[in-house]
Design a protein around this ligand. Structure first.
Ligand code: PSU
Ligand code: MN
Length: 308
């Protein structure tokens, strides 16, 4: 389970060793996805949500060039307040290590590390996908979902993306897209998208059973669980569309691409929506942390039952 260059604090190492439920959390959302001070509040709230739901949180990040599976509160604060953090996906780990940098790991980067540590459940906000603005901007998140067997809980793909193309890519790569209590693929800020998921499941137990059946066949792909944003904080798709279109046009005009595109779009959409999209983003993140913890507990339960 241990890997050179991976630091796992005792609490998490122990939980993993004993087969207790552990939920991985990403950190690009802290370093690049949310403004201050909401980013630190959210990081703490996500950890608390996981704990209150009966699992151990492990926020994954790079601190001073060391890959961490779990951060102290002081490290969470440093990460969220630092100005020179790297957005760390697969290609960026070596850079962060050699330059001893602090880095927020993306969905892909977090999955990569969580897999080495033996964590099976991970919660994020929205996965990356196929962008609309430029040809061939496809998030490494999709590649990671294709090749890393893990349950990833999200609120769909971010609405800034080309959602049909993102779903086509996931289908091509053999990634089951589970709708949690819904048959419709949720669109991050909105509960609706007009697109279908590949399977609807209605309880954490069903999700755990589904993942076991998928992996028992020898499948290597993730199980993507899409959990619609709570009704109260959701923003209907028709209200979001003009805002997203405006932010997208600005990105094209300013020639923003690569790693900078997603953070730019999220920030502009928050400004253009008067902070409403930010509140939605925070709500869906917490909602996903809760469901991920519930699923992690079911995985643990099924392991115990098997051992008897
Ligand atoms: N979910 C959020 N906010 C975010 C992200 C997810 O609510 O900022 C991050 C994730 O870390 C995801 C990244 O991996 O955005 C996608 O970036 P890109 O499109 O450059 O792959
Ligand atoms: Mn990209």
């Amino acid at each position: 389970m241990r890997h050179p260059g991976l630091l796992v604090p005792p609490e998490i190492a122990q939980a993993l060793g004993l087969g207790f439920p552990v939920v991985a959390l990403e950190s690009t959302v802290i370093t690049h996805g949310l403004p201050r001070p909401q980013n630190l509040e959210l990081a703490r709230d996500m950890e608390k949500q996981v704990r209150d739901s009966g699992a151990t949180p492990a926020t994954i990040a790079v601190i001073d060039g060391e890959i961490r599976v779990g951060l102290s509160d002081a490290e969470l604060a440093r990460l969220s307040e630092s100005d020179s953090t790297l957005k760390v996906s697969h290609r960026d780990f070596a850079t962060a290590i050699l330059r001893k940098m602090n880095g927020g790991t993306t969905v892909a980067g977090t999955m990569f590390v969580a897999q080495i540590a033996g964590i099976k459940v991970f919660a994020t906000g929205g996965i990356g996908g196929v962008h609309k603005e430029s040809a061939f901007d496809i998030s490494t998140d999709l590649q990671a979902l294709a090749g890393i067997p893990m349950i990833v809980v999200c609120a769909g793909a971010k609405a800034i993306l080309d959602l049909p193309a993102t779903l086509e890519y996931l289908e091509t790569m053999g990634v089951p897209v589970v709708g949690y209590k819904t048959g419709e693929f949720p669109a991050f800020y909105s509960r609706e998208s007009g697109l279908k998921v590949s399977v609807r499941l209605d309880s954490p137990k069903e999700v755990a059973e589904y993942a076991r059946a998928h992996w028992n066949l020898g499948m290597k792909s993730a199980v993507l669980v899409t959990n619609p944003i709570p009704e109260k904080e959701s923003i209907p798709a028709p209200e979001m569309e003009p805002i997203i279109a405006k932010a997208s046009a600005e990105a094209v005009e300013k020639e923003i691409h690569g790693q900078a595109l997603t953070p730019f779009l999220l920030r502009r959409i928050s400004e253009l929506s008067g902070g409403r999209s930010l509140r939605a983003n925070l709500a869906l993140l917490l909602n996903n942390a809760r469901l991920a913890a519930q699923i992690a507990r079911e995985i643990k339960t099924s392991k115990q039952v098997k051992a008897v």
